[in-house]
Design a protein. Structure first.
Length: 118
């Protein structure tokens, strides 16, 4: 099993920035990629960004391209999501995920709330 713990959420004004962190522990070698998803009130969970642990290759949802940056620190088993130019529509619970690729995930964190005010 892989355990994932998110941190860094909070309240920010539109146009501001936040950085989320996701620390992985346990059988981390079984997870080849890390990703971020989000669920806004009344909406389905959606993919935000993913990164391959080995190559560093990244994948982004169109809605966040150019504003969000995913990165990882292999030595700390930690992934990050730098969120800039935040918009009200970015308000959601953000979940960290671990998986076998940037498109297939099977481990999930408990989520961290991000609220963007106008």
């Amino acid at each position: 099993q892989v355990q994932l713990v998110e941190s860094g959420g909070g309240l920010v004004q539109a146009g501001g920035s936040l950085r989320l962190s996701c620390a992985a522990s346990g059988r981390t070698f079984s997870s080849r990629a890390m990703g971020w998803f989000r669920r806004a009130p009344g909406k389905e969970r959606e993919f935000v960004a993913g990164i391959d642990w080995s190559s560093g290759a990244t994948l982004y949802a169109d809605s966040v391209k150019g504003r969000f940056t995913i990165s990882r620190d292999n030595s700390k088993n930690t992934a990050y999501l730098q969120m800039d130019s935040l918009k009200r529509e970015d308000t959601a619970v953000y979940y960290c995920a671990g998986g076998v690729s940037t498109t297939v995930y099977n481990y999930w964190g408990h989520g961290t709330q991000v609220t963007v005010s106008s």
